[in-house]
Write a protein that binds this ligand. Structure first.
Ligand code: FAD
Length: 257
């Protein structure tokens, strides 16, 4: 099928990207995803085409610090068909300098300094599949961008998300993921809950381990794997996939350290 003019512009813009600059984004909406996670939708005055899986830096002034403090946040929204508003998903880290402020103190109407996009942890339909996505906690954010991107592009490359959360209450994008998995046969979502031993929403009730990765690997037979979350989880998963026969070039990782 030939690309529309819109799709062609999208493809070309992916190639020509200017160097990122700090810009004053306006928070246009805050969505409470879980008790500790919020999605902030930020309108950019100078929008730049980005790829699903990339992140932005956000910096805020912190009392007692001479300079603003900067942290990285993955974009959870699809860059297609529009990218003037980005959605970041932020999990509050107790005692953290930046994330509690973003989750609790930046309501709609606030201005936030953002700069991006950055990162090579990216997927588009041109990369192919089947795709195994493995995320823990807020590590699901860039994986969601990949899923939403495929929805918005109308492609049907098989994707399997293995997603670890504390319990159903802490599953980021819970309802949307359930609805997408019901709607699209190319999407499979497997939950594991680490602090709930019974909830049937989860197929597993423990941390992601070698056996679990082996199960989803056999179900998916992935051509590509994307792993995102705490460094230990990402390293363990990568090791398991290599032992199962995947090549290093087939595995992309993003560590939230
Ligand atoms: C590429 C990339 C993408 C990311 N994307 C996301 C995302 O989409 N969503 C998301 O939620 N996060 C994401 N992160 C993580 C994010 O950048 C921050 O690291 C996270 O939000 C914590 O920042 P903070 O300022 O709140 O906490 P920090 O101030 O960095 O503190 C982190 C933790 O360390 C503890 N701590 C700090 N100093 C000390 C000390 N001296 N002694 C003991 N403990 C201490 C704090 O209490 C806190 O629990 C990403 C990270 C990377 C690298």
């Amino acid at each position: 099928m030939a690309d529309t003019v819109d799709q062609q512009a999208h493809r070309e813009a992916r190639i020509r990207r200017p160097a990122p600059v700090w810009q004053a984004g306006e928070v246009v909406e805050v969505i409470d995803e879980t008790p500790e996670t919020a999605s902030l939708r930020i309108r950019l005055p100078q929008p730049t085409q980005f790829l699903p899986g990339q992140y932005y830096n956000i910096r805020i002034p912190v009392e007692g610090r001479p300079r603003p403090i900067q942290r990285a946040y993955s974009v959870g929204s699809s860059p297609y068909p529009t990218f003037d508003v980005i959605e970041v998903g932020v999990k509050e880290m107790e005692g953290g300098l930046v994330s509690p402020v973003l989750v609790r103190q930046r309501p709609a109407g606030s201005i936030l300094e953002v700069r991006g996009p950055y990162g090579a942890f990216t997927w588009t339909d041109e990369d192919g599949g089947p795709v195994l996505l493995v995320g823990a906690g807020s590590g699901v954010v860039p994986l969601m961008a990949m899923i939403r991107y495929q929805v918005s592009r109308g492609t049907t490359i098989p994707m399997h998300l293995l997603f670890s959360s504390k319990s159903a209450e802490y599953v980021i994008y819970r309802d949307e993921l359930a609805q997408l998995a019901d709607t699209y046969s190319w999407l499979t979502v497997t939950h594991t809950f680490t602090r709930d031993r019974e909830d049937p929403l989860a197929q597993y009730h423990r941390r992601i381990d070698k056996e679990m990765v082996g199960d989803v690997y056999l179900e998916t037979l992935p051509g590509l794997a994307y792993l995102c979350g705490p460094p230990e989880m990402v390293d363990d998963c990568e090791r398991s996939l290599l032992e199962l026969g995947m090549e290093p070039a087939q595995i992309k990782t993003e560590k939230y350290d």
